[in-house]
Each structure stands twice: as structure tokens, then as C-alpha cells.
Design a protein around this ligand. Structure first.
Ligand code: IMP
Ligand code: MG
Length: 194
């Protein structure tokens, strides 16, 4: 059963049916997130830590990651857009929702879902750096090194993945599929339609 989505694609009623291949399964994801949480705990012990989550894709990663950080962390959210409904970067980055708190003098760790071209993250790093944090680092679940246009320093990386469009565990295609519990590759037919 299919239904036309807003973007005109013929998506299935069950999101899993649009997955061509599972790239990172649930267990592998959770194991790596636990490792990252332990690393962050070691690195920031005794220091103040503010996690800055980039909406919406990083929400799932953030919620698992912060439960693996054994420190009194705070969290704030930012929404930025660099993409339309499709899969390619528009090159235009806008702040849709800014942080609620000032970050001057604080240790800030940006939690991101994926670094693709790097455009979004380099913009965000510049914007936050100008506010005078004590430290500013990045924790990204995924990176696609082949697609990089802007070099960005990521202190923590979950997985390096090949140049394929992925969905699930927060990552969307045309705003859907975020609720898949694993990282998968979307069916070619769906991407080709946009
Ligand atoms: P960048 O500015 O090209 O690095 O793009 C970063 C943003 O693009 C991410 O935060 C995602 O929202 C989105 N993105 C990049 N690659 C993918 C993908 O394979 N699947 C879903 N979203 C992606
Ligand atoms: Mg997105």
C-alpha cells in the first residue's frame, strides 16, 4: 500500500518497507553510542558541560548519548536548515531556532546527526564560536568523508559511512523515516522521484 507524500513520492505505509539495506543495526548503534558516552564522560569530568542538539535529526542520538554520559550535563536545542525536502545541500544555512541560554564561558558540545558536505556544521561552529564559549567541540553520529566540501573538526564520530543517502534513527528523507530504530539506505526509486 502506498500513498503520495507532500513531496509526491510513493512511500510505503510501513517505513521499513522503503529501506533497501540496513547499514547499521540497532545493537551496533547502541554499542557505539555507549562508547561515545563513556569517552565524553572521561573527557569532561569535573567540568561544566552543555550539549547543544541540532534539531531535528540529532534528537534520537542525543537522548541515547546523554543517558550514557555520567556527568551533570545540561542540554539546549538549535534548529538550522541547509536542506529543502530533497537530498542535496542548498548551500543556504539559516537559524530557525536559536539557543535559550548564553554559552559564553561554557564547555559546549554540539551533537549532530551527520556531517555531509560540512556546510551546516562550519556555519554553526562559526556562529557559536563568536559567542565566546570556553570550549566548542562536535560529536557527530555519522560522517560521509567523500562528500566533504568544508573541513570540520569533529572530536567524536560514531561511524564513517559511504556516500549513500541514509534514513532512520533521526535521519529523514522528506521528513519521514526518523522513527526507524536503525540506520538504513532508502530505496533508489524514492530518491530518484525527487
Ligand atoms: P551538510 O551541511 O551537507 O553537512 O548537511 C548536514 C545535514 O544534512 C544533516 O544534519 C542532515 O540533516 C542532512 N543530511 C545529510 N546527509 C543525509 C543523509 O544521508 N540522510 C539524511 N539527512 C542527511
Ligand atoms: Mg535533515
Amino acid at each position: 500500500m502506498s500513498e503520495p507524500t507532500r513531496s509526491g513520492t510513493m512511500a510505503s505505509q510501513s517505513p521499513g518497507e522503503d529501506v533497501a539495506e540496513i547499514l547499521i543495526d540497532e545493537e551496533t548503534l547502541q554499542r557505539r553510542v555507549a562508547e561515545l558516552g563513556a569517552q565524553v564522560t572521561d573527557d569532561y569530568r569535573g567540568r561544566d558541560l552543555l550539549l547543544v542538539c541540532v534539531l531535528k535529526g540529532a534528537v534520537f542520538f542525543l537522548s541515547d548519548l546523554m543517558r550514557r554520559i555520567d556527568l551533570p550535563v545540561e542540554v539546549d536545542f538549535m534548529a538550522i536548515s541547509s536542506y529543502g525536502a530533497g537530498v542535496d545541500s542548498s548551500g543556504v544555512v539559516r537559524i530557525l531556532k536559536d539557543l535559550d541560554v548564553p554559552i559564553e564561558g561554557r564547555n559546549v558540545l554540539i551533537v549532530e546527526d551527520i556531517v555531509d558536505s560540512g556546510l551546516t556544521l562550519s556555519y554553526l561552529l562559526r556562529a557559536l564560536e563568536s559567542r565566546g564559549p570556553a570550549s566548542l567541540e562536535v560529536c557527530a553520529l555519522l560522517t560521509k568523508p567523500e562528500r566533504r566540501e568544508n573541513e570540520v573538526e569533529c572530536r567524536y564520530i560514531g561511524f564513517e559511512i559511504p556516500n549513500r543517502f541514509v534514513i532512520g534513527y533521526g535521519l529523514d528523507f522528506a521528513e519521514r523515516y526518523r522513527n526507524l530504530p536503525y540506520i538504513g539506505v532508502v530505496r533508489d526509486e524514492l530518491v530518484a522521484e525527487t
